[in-house]
Write a protein that binds this ligand. Sequence first.
Ligand code: AMP
Length: 278
Amino acid sequence: MQIFHTIKEVKLYVDEKKQLGHKIGFVPTMGALHQGHISLIETSKKQTDITICSIFVNPTQFNNADDLKHYPRTPDNDIQMLQNAKCDVLYMPEVNDIYPNNEILNFDFGIIGNILEGEHRPGHFNGVGQVVSILLKGIQPHKAFFGSKDYQPVMIVKELIKQQNIPVEIFSCPILREADGLAMSSRNKRLTNEERKVASLIPIMMKKAADLVREKGVTYAKLYIDEQIQQQPLMKLDYYEICDTESLNTLHDIYNKQAISLIAVFVGAVRLIDNLEI
Ligand code: AMP
């Protein structure tokens, strides 16, 4: 695996490969890799000739300085995992390679940018827009692969490439979970043993709540989630919503609609997200 630290080097490499007719796949990450990330590498490898992974803990998408400071960083293990997965290129930039001029771009993603994560993490999607547009414009892959755990961010990325006319195909891949159902996440590494046990309740209560949405309605399911979380002193709910899968509009009933439940919950100091189609 080749490791580059500047986007210029990556672009030179990509141009060479494109001249040979190769299709380029790209998997952006913030590192502290787990099997969920590797599943994206594997999907890219199946669908393209060359797979590029980036590892960059993007400071502009953190609305909480403590979260940025404590974000797990495991570069040696990440390199090993990517080598094992036969990833072709790893791009590991410093902040000044991504933001050489400290230029702040401002995006307007409309309603989907202002609800759920947009509402609860002000500025987050602007930071996501900044880094993803720089990466996609700099690397110019044919296809980019994201995890559907980040359901709303993937919608934001699709809106971004439409607004910016970036010629890339975006793929949303399934959520990989631990044996007990907890969605894999780099932030899980920050949980204490006790918090990790409590976190495993998230997928259980989401599944039960999805059943309740179907049987008794949205209000009942939301009350159930509130009650369950209030019983856990280590948990604090940020939001739980039932939304239309396409528009992300909040739903009060699911009659004749495609619905998805989305949750953000603090377990101790660690904020976890998950989602489940209803
Ligand atoms: P992150 O490093 O958290 O920014 O994630 C990088 C990419 O991996 C994003 O597209 C995530 O949606 C994806 N990802 C994170 N966790 C999972 C998971 N459990 N299953 C599948 N993809 C994931």
